[in-house]
Design a protein around this ligand. Structure first.
Ligand SMILES: *Cc1c(COP(=O)(O)O)cnc(C)c1O
Length: 407
């Protein structure tokens, strides 16, 4: 019995008639881009996130880029994020005309380390209280925003991030592309808050493999700022609020009606799917804890309720483990193998190996195990048994060949 890394067939087959109806309705209405179904989905998704507005767009990358631009990030500004994320986070910053500046992650949660963020703001920047402007010393540019990434479905530690952002006058754009339905317990506000409702705006992706996935490309911006939402509506539609009156130059970044209808149908299942992911994660915790030396399990701090977009473990023998799992028909992944400051595409930023040790070590050790709502306990037992047998093989190998211990 093979265990796939991800199953995109079962949930769609289960909903086949309902999803096909979405297509039939769109064919009969002849409305394919924007329109009533998109607006209905936007209302439902805003309600799900506890925000006043949601703006449907073409992808998560569009959502991030439009949110940054609508929040007031200008060409030449500096925007802070982490090197341990999917490249789209940083593409959106660059493509909004800004310069990405990296801050390292907390190795236990894989999201931005608030202490390192503060260190960056204090030692690499100069704040002018009279103007409220923050200058990045090395590049002489204004630092105007920070993009915390709720990686793997777990919210970043938002209280300290938001308080630093207030202190230094930064806009906060959440990258919630992996965190639909995740919650953060804000000690400051004394309540749980949904991902997407904490910063000035947030970006979601509905790429098929995300917790809420379209049958194609889609994304959304959530915000409580009506002006920001309106600016995103214009940016996604060639800068027009009224047909052929272009107040600014925008993009073709609209959400199509068929994807909106599919997302609306799937949104009803999302709370249960997220609960199933949490149960699968607890089952992995139970199966994998204790017995396996060198394997670090995901850490869920008391302030986080993760929706386990991915279940990511760490092991120093990651590459051998992948081979071992693959040989037994078990799918796995690496999210992500090369930190962005070491990618060729960002060579011009001038970073070097060693600049972000927590991100670099994570990239070398992380392994994403099979995780999806329909994952069965028997499949998880197979994964756990394969990991246990890998442990045995490693231990035997190390005893025979002590010279290889450093691998
Ligand atoms: C998926 C993803 C994106 C981009 O979303 P697309 O819909 O693929 O454009 C951005 N950031 C993160 C963290 C993601 O996982």
């Amino acid at each position: 019995m093979a265990v796939p890394f991800l199953d995109l067939i079962t949930p769609h087959v289960e909903m086949e008639d309902e999803l096909a109806d979405v297509f039939r309705t769109a064919l009969r209405q002849g409305a394919f881009v924007g329109g009533r179904i998109v607006e209905e989905f936007e209302r439902a998704f805003a309600a799900f996130c506890g925000t006043q507005h949601a703006v449907g767009v073409g992808s998560g990358t569009d959502a991030l880029r439009f949110a940054l631009m609508a929040a007031g990030v200008e060409p030449g500004d500096t925007v802070i994020t982490v090197p341990h994320t999917f490249i789209a986070t940083v593409e959106a910053i660059s493509q909004a005309g800004a310069r990405p500046a990296f801050v390292d992650i907390d190795p236990s949660t894989f999201s931005i380390d608030p202490a390192k963020l503060e260190e960056f703001l204090v030692s690499r920047c100069v704040f002018n209280p009279a103007t409220g402007k923050l200058l990045h010393k090395a590049t002489d540019s204004l630092v105007t925003a920070v993009v915390p990434v709720h990686l793997y479905g777990q919210p970043a530690h938002m209280d300290p991030i938001l308080s630093l952002a207030r202190q230094y006058n930064l806009k906060v754009i959440e990258d919630a592309c992996q965190a639909h339905g995740a919650q953060y317990n804000s000690a400051r506000e004394g309540r749980w808050k949904p991902a997407g409702a904490m910063g000035h705006a947030a970006a979601f992706s509905f790429y098929p493999g995300k917790n809420l996935g379209a049958c194609g490309e889609a994304g959304a911006i959530t915000t409580n700022d009506a002006a920001l939402a309106q600016k995103c509506r214009m940016l996604r539609d060639h800068g027009q609020a009224r047909k052929y009156y272009h107040d600014l130059e925008g993009y073709n970044g609209r959400l199509d009606a068929i994807q909106a209808g599919i997302l609306l149908a799937k949104l009803r299942h999302l709370p249960r799917w997220n609960e199933l992911r949490r149960e699968a994660s607890a089952e992995y915790d139970r199966l994998l804890s204790g017995s396996n030396h060198g394997l670090a399990l995901p850490v869920e701090p008391a302030w986080a309720k993760s929706v386990y977009h991915l279940y990511v473990v760490r092991t120093p023998s990651r590459d051998a483990m992948i081979q071992h799992l693959a040989a037994q028909g078990i799918g796995s992944g690496i999210h992500y193998p090369i930190p962005l400051h070491l990618q060729k595409a960002y060579g011009s930023l001038g970073y070097q190996r060693g600049d972000f040790p927590a991100s670099e070590q994570a990239a070398a050790e992380i392994l994403s195990l099979p995780m999806f709502p329909q994952l069965q306990p028997e499949q998880q037992q197979r994964v756990a048994a394969a990991i246990a047998s890998f442990d045995g093989a490693q231990t035997a190998g190390l005893q025979r060949q002590p010279a290889l211990a450093s691998h």
